[in-house]
Design a protein around this ligand. Structure first.
Ligand SMILES: C[S@@+](CC[C@H](N)C(=O)[O-])C[C@H]1O[C@@H](n2cnc3c(N)ncnc32)[C@H](O)[C@@H]1O
Length: 417
């Protein structure tokens, strides 16, 4: 179990705890039987994913911009920025397992994790003049509809720390990511007082919501981004990234079955571009992305929940009751995610549906197979579910880099050179 202050257990009654305990015991027994080869005969061959998320974010040449990452988690934003050509300065996260994930994928990066990664303890001033862009996704639980929405009364609220880092370092650009609920009515005063007032007069920003499938990620997922510039003229020219993919063909499937988790049915207040006339590519449905056989139905995966939020650690990716209907129609089993594809094949789901593995969930979140997420299943799923899909991060990073390049007629790379 993680000692991270990021994870707060929910208060549940003894009866509820007992139900969870019994369920998980039964599942462990069934799993152990399956692993001994005494379970049901496997029915699904090991899948070969058809989606390679690397193709959604082709590596760009180094652009000279230096980026510092706060709340780095499993590295969704960090990987997207690297693919977009940025130079990594350092990553900070309080979760030791996140540090291991980053280190095993990028041993050359400077990574601060666990106690040394706690942003509340860092004096950021030594980074002044060494960083062009600060990026980070402060924990979303204080604002998430899936959480209790206590905002600044939640001890996990780290936005003030993110703002402090910006003010101490004074980078040219900051990029903050969070759940769309943050820009809803409930938190308008919070956004004004905690995020915007301290930056007023020093930065010029825009905020907008992006949808993951607009960038080829086979999952219903919306995130809000704040992108701020020190230079008002640059800020005035900034355009959020435009979709590269369309998913109308998949959204229709979700509408037909009345799934409330479909992004297409949710109000999108700030996404200026979801009605772009001719996006270039078709976003894959989740079955196609995972290389599963055609069953005559495919659509986006429902939003993958982070296994580190909620009443207890879990190996389920189920985010809502309506999402369950979609998983069922997809014939994908969303609970008891297996550590790898071989074990998923052996542990046949009660209803015969395809069992997900950590690697499959990573693909659904836009992580390439090569990016290994460290930790037990719940911990890996926590990092995956918390992440900005790297291709989404990539397009945000590119939208900023392209603008900065334009500013200097394409000649200069990096403000600090
Ligand atoms: C939403 S996740 C960020 C995900 C990341 N941006 C990505 O794209 O993969 C928030 C992260 O903040 C981290 N965190 C929470 N409190 C922290 C603190 N005091 N110092 C550093 N990191 C913290 C959590 O461990 C978690 O990994």
């Amino acid at each position: 179990m993680s000692a991270s202050s990021h994870h707060q257990k929910w208060q549940i009654s003894e009866t509820e705890r007992e139900i969870y305990r019994q369920r998980s015991q039964a599942s462990s027994l069934a799993k152990a039987k399956a692993m001994r080869g005494e379970g049901k005969q496997p029915i699904h061959p090991i899948n070969q994913p058809r989606l390679n998320p690397e193709t959604l974010m082709p590596q760009q040449p180094n652009n000279g911009w230096k980026t510092l990452s706060l709340f780095s988690g499993g590295g969704g934003l960090d990987l997207g920025f690297e693919q977009a050509g940025y130079t990594h300065v350092a990553s900070y996260d309080i979760l030791p397992e996140a540090g291991i994930t980053l280190h095993q994928n990028r041993p050359q990066w400077q990574i601060f994790a666990g106690e040394t990664g706690d942003v509340t303890k860092i004096d950021w001033r030594p980074y002044r003049g060494m960083v062009d862009v600060i990026q980070g996704g402060p924990p979303c639980q204080p604002f998430s509809i899936a959480g209790r929405q206590k905002g600044q009364d939640d001890s996990r609220d780290m936005f003030p720390q993110f703002i402090r880092a910006i003010l101490e370092i004074e980078p040219q650009v900051f990029i903050a990511e969070n759940v769309p609920a943050l820009v809803g009515k409930k938190f308008s005063q919070y956004v004004r007082e905690i995020i915007e007032q301290p930056l007023a007069g020093k930065y010029h920003w825009t905020k907008f919501i992006l949808q993951a499938p607009d960038f080829g990620i086979p999952q219903v997922r919306q995130r809000v981004f704040f992108v701020g510039f020190r230079d008002a003229k640059i800020a005035a020219k900034y355009q959020p990234p435009k979709p590269t993919h369309t998913w109308e063909h998949l959204a229709k499937n979700q509408r037909q079955q009345g799934d409330k988790s479909s992004g297409a049915r949710q109000p999108v207040q700030l996404n200026l571009f979801s009605a772009a006339p001719k996006p270039l590519n078709l976003c894959m449905g989740v079955r196609e992305a995972l290389g599963l056989p055609d069953i005559g139905f495919d659509t986006l995966a429902p939003t993958i929940r982070s296994a580190l939020t909620g009443p207890r650690h879990t190996t389920s990716v189920l985010s809502s009751v309506s999402a369950q209907k979609t998983w069922e129609k997809l014939q994908i089993w969303q609970n008891g995610v297996a550590v790898n594809r071989e074990k998923a094949r052996l542990f046949v789901a009660e209803n015969g549906h395809f069992r997900l593995s950590v690697a499959d969930c990573a693909i659904i979140q836009g992580f390439p197979d090569a990016w290994q997420i460290h930790g037990a299943v719940y911990m890996a799923l926590g990092q995956i579910g918390n992440a900005v899909p790297p291709p989404l991060a990539y397009h945000i990073a590119l939208s900023v880099a392209n603008l900065l390049r334009m500013r200097n007629g394409g000649l200069e790379t990096g403000f600090l050179r």
